[in-house]
Design a protein around this ligand. Structure first.
Ligand SMILES: Cc1cc2nc3c(=O)[nH]c(=O)nc-3n(C[C@H](O)[C@H](O)[C@H](O)COP(=O)(O)OP(=O)(O)OC[C@H]3O[C@@H](n4cnc5c(N)ncnc54)[C@H](O)[C@@H]3O)c2cc1C
Length: 388
């Protein structure tokens, strides 16, 4: 008999959620993490991630509604608040590279309430924005923050409480299909057998998938979150300022003060250069710094006080920026998720879905758009669309 019902490779945001939901279903679970728990070499570290219902297709909006429910379940189990509603503002020029109309239509189709705001209304509500008359926005009151590091730690804590075995400093160095539909995994000098495998390896996914003769056209980039001591701090306090996304090319997003006293976090979306996760550095990217600083000077000058810190972080991008959430066609006992640089808000839900795919072979959630065999993922040199 296999040692475990399921082995989860990678205990970042998504893998830790998968161990929790699998264990909650009563499965015997082993989670394997190559570095120490909570490390900062992958995609999920730092205090905060934006969560929002505002998305560009109804499929994402429906999934986002389910994501809030999944977080509530974890919050109840863990006895800890992990999602903080601040309101979310999608904002940008009317002729910007990311039109807001699709977001409005998708929310309308899913009965999500929101408000259209013109520049004067935006300035009146949040005077920190220095914007011209051609700027408009969509405000959705459920937008907010997931306390990312605490959420991952809560998933891990609750997994253990439910009987899961979680190992850190246990790099998976081999995966092999075994007899009877099981899978053998070597990690940290030990061998394990399980009925099901869940791959949640983030930037290292390609290396795990190649053991299973699966290749995806993924690109890993090094992104950079920046913390500034806001000059005009009162306007950026938690409770007074929303999370926001600047919907143009380049696209930026940011937070009210959260996680670090007196500092706001601002990031360019998908502004980083491709890297290999093994050889990447943790150095500042001066081009991102310049673009973020120029943007703040123009649009949010009150945020631009002394720089507190920068944190580098990886994105694992699919060419269409959509997730992968599926079983491997040739190995149906292996489930995989790729977060495409916007998955933390969905992490608990994706973990639940991976558990359903692994244990039941299917999920009630609509993940058809995230199939691993969709045409663009079969292309040798697919066109890349990272603006969403
Ligand atoms: C700067 C930045 C800002 C972001 N902002 C947002 C946001 O506001 N909202 C949002 O929803 N999303 C956001 N994201 C995206 C989101 O954080 C990621 O999509 C999500 O964290 C991906 O989680 P993951 O578990 O797939 O990856 P990871 O957290 O990288 O986890 C993968 C884990 O697998 C482990 N692993 C890999 N290979 C092996 C192996 N061989 N053996 C054992 N372990 C292995 C790794 O060490 C790692 O811990 C942001 C990302 C970045 C970088």
């Amino acid at each position: 008999m296999p040692d475990f019902d399921a082995i989860v490779v990678g205990l970042g945001g998504i893998g830790s959620a998968a161990t929790y939901w699998l264990a909650k279903r009563g499965a015997r679970v082993l989670g394997l993490e190559q570095f120490e728990f909570g490390h900062s070499r992958g995609e999920s570290h730092d205090h905060s991630r934006i969560i929002r219902l505002s998305y560009v297709t109804p499929a994402y909006v429906r999934l986002a509604k389910q994501a809030y429910v999944a977080w509530e379940s974890l919050e109840r189990d863990a006895g800890e608040q992990l999602v903080f509603r601040t309101g979310g503002l999608d904002i940008g020029p009317r002729d910007g590279a990311i039109p807001l109309d699709g977001y409005a239509q998708a929310m309308r189709a899913c009965d999500v309430p929101f408000e259209w705001l013109d520049a004067a209304e935006i300035r009146a509500r949040w005077p920190a924005f220095q914007i011209a008359g051609d700027v408009h926005g969509l405000f959705q009151e459920d937008g907010g923050i997931v306390a990312a590091e605490r959420a991952t730690a809560a998933h891990q804590r609750m997994s253990r409480r439910l009987g899961a075995v979680l190992r850190e400093n246990a790099p998976v160095t081999r995966v092999r299909p075994a007899g009877g539909g099981s899978v053998d995994v070597e990690a940290g000098g030990e061998s394990y057998r399980a009925r099901k495998l869940v791959v949640a390896a983030g930037p290292w996914s390609a290396r795990i998938l190649q053991f299973l003769d699966t290749r995806l056209p993924l690109e890993v980039t090094k992104e950079q979150a920046m913390y500034f001591e806001a000059r005009d701090l009162a306007r950026f306090e938690f409770g007074r300022f929303p999370v926001w996304i600047w919907m143009d090319d380049p696209s930026f997003y940011g937070f009210p003060v959260f996680g670090e006293d007196g500092a706001v976090k601002v990031t360019q979306d998908a502004g980083g250069l491709p890297v290999d996760p093994e050889t990447r550095t943790f150095e500042e990217d001066p081009e991102i710094t310049r673009r973020v600083t120029d943007f703040l000077t123009r649009v949010l000058p009150g945020a631009l006080g002394p720089r507190r810190s920068i944190k580098t972080c990886l994105y694992t991008l699919t060419p269409d920026r959509d997730f992968v959430i599926d079983r491997l066609p040739e190995h149906p006992n292996v489930a995989v998720a790729i977060g495409a640089g916007h998955a933390f808000k969905f992490a608990s839900l994706i973990g639940r879905i991976l558990g359903e795919i692994a244990l039941d072979g299917a999920t009630p959630s609509d993940v058809a758009a995230f199939a691993i065999d969709r045409p663009i993922l079969q292309m040798e040199a697919p066109p890349k669309t990272y603006m969403v």
